[in-house]
Design a protein around this ligand. Structure first.
Ligand code: CAA
Length: 257
């Protein structure tokens, strides 16, 4: 299937999604959201696909939600349509998703990157929540996810001033997992995704679910959730296979069951 705003490529067990609206620096419009939700639903359904990478161009991962699409909207339109509500479906993707960010990740672009499971940043990456300069605020979860990622002081400064941070500052603040040279970004993200795709699939989903639970729950509740999922993994064939393979000194062969 071909899309107007995305390029989608499946390389072995990894789905590579490239945001492709160069004329608008990959601004996230409704069409792009619809197409991305379609790709992610197919990715989740396909037992052969184990990890996804979302990337943009060298200049922009995404320069935000599409300002031209929002410009004429009023409160009643935004509220009635639950504008941006569809992004919640993106965050319910069950398999691991990596954001590979080069250039601008601003507003909704930064928010999309933060909705992924982790961010690999090119040395050219710039993150920011500049919505205040448009007379609005983050609307795709940025005020919450940025604050959880970098803490109140930096998040508050970023949303109140619209100041961008570069890759080095983002790494120091804990927003990105690591920085790679821009020319290597997609290769490195695909390599990392292939490593994840090589793990037992149910274990990968469970690990994602429990780390995400750290954002939703208190410590005791999160630890309890982790333990229950850990116990549940002992009901899978892949646990038997993984531990037998270790004892037999051979690589595990995963069934995904
Ligand atoms: N929406 C719609 N179009 C956008 C866009 C956006 N977020 N960002 C860039 N574009 C368009 C520009 O309008 C321009 O189109 P035209 O050629 O038709 O004029 C094209 O992309 C190239 O952009 P620039 O000429 O501005 O490129 P630049 O290199 O001079 O500047 C930039 C780059 C600093 C990223 C600048 O484009 C910019 O500031 N963009 C807007 C950033 C922003 O405010 N993002 C937040 C959006 S609101 C939001 O995201 C709400 C939310 O919480 C989800």
């Amino acid at each position: 299937m071909s899309y107007e705003t995305l390029l989608v490529e499946r390389r072995d067990a990894v789905t590579l999604v490239t945001l492709n609206r160069p004329e608008a620096l990959n601004a996230l419009n409704s069409r792009l959201l619809t197409e991305l939700l379609d790709v992610m639903a197919a990715f989740d359904r396909d037992p052969e696909q184990r990890c996804a990478v979302i990337t943009g161009s060298a200049k922009a991962f995404a320069a935000g939600a599409d300002i031209k699409e929002m410009q004429a909207q009023g409160f009643a339109d935004m509220y009635a349509d639950d504008f941006f509500g569809g992004w919640d479906r993106f965050t319910r993707t069950r398999k691991p998703v990596i954001a590979a960010v080069a250039g601008y990740a601003l507003g909704g672009g930064c928010e999309l990157a933060m909705m992924c499971d982790f961010i690999l940043a090119a040395d050219t990456a710039k993150f920011g929540q500049p919505e205040i300069k448009l007379g609005v605020s983050p609307g795709m979860g940025g005020s919450q996810r940025l604050t959880r990622a970098v803490g109140k002081a930096k998040a508050m400064e970023m949303v109140l001033t619209g100041r961008m941070i570069d890759a080095a500052e983002a790494e120091r603040a804990g927003l990105v997992s690591r920085i790679v040279p821009a020319d290597d970004l997609v290769d490195e993200a695909m390599k990392t995704a292939a490593t994840i795709a090589g793990m037992a699939p149910l274990a990968a989903q469970a690990n994602k679910e429990m780390v995400n639970a750290a954002f939703e729950s208190g410590l005791a509740q999160g630890v309890q959730f982790e333990r229950r999922l850990f116990h549940a993994l002992f009901g899978t064939q892949d646990q038997k296979e993984g531990m037998s393979a270790f004892v037999d000194k051979r690589p595990g062969k995963w069934s995904g069951r």
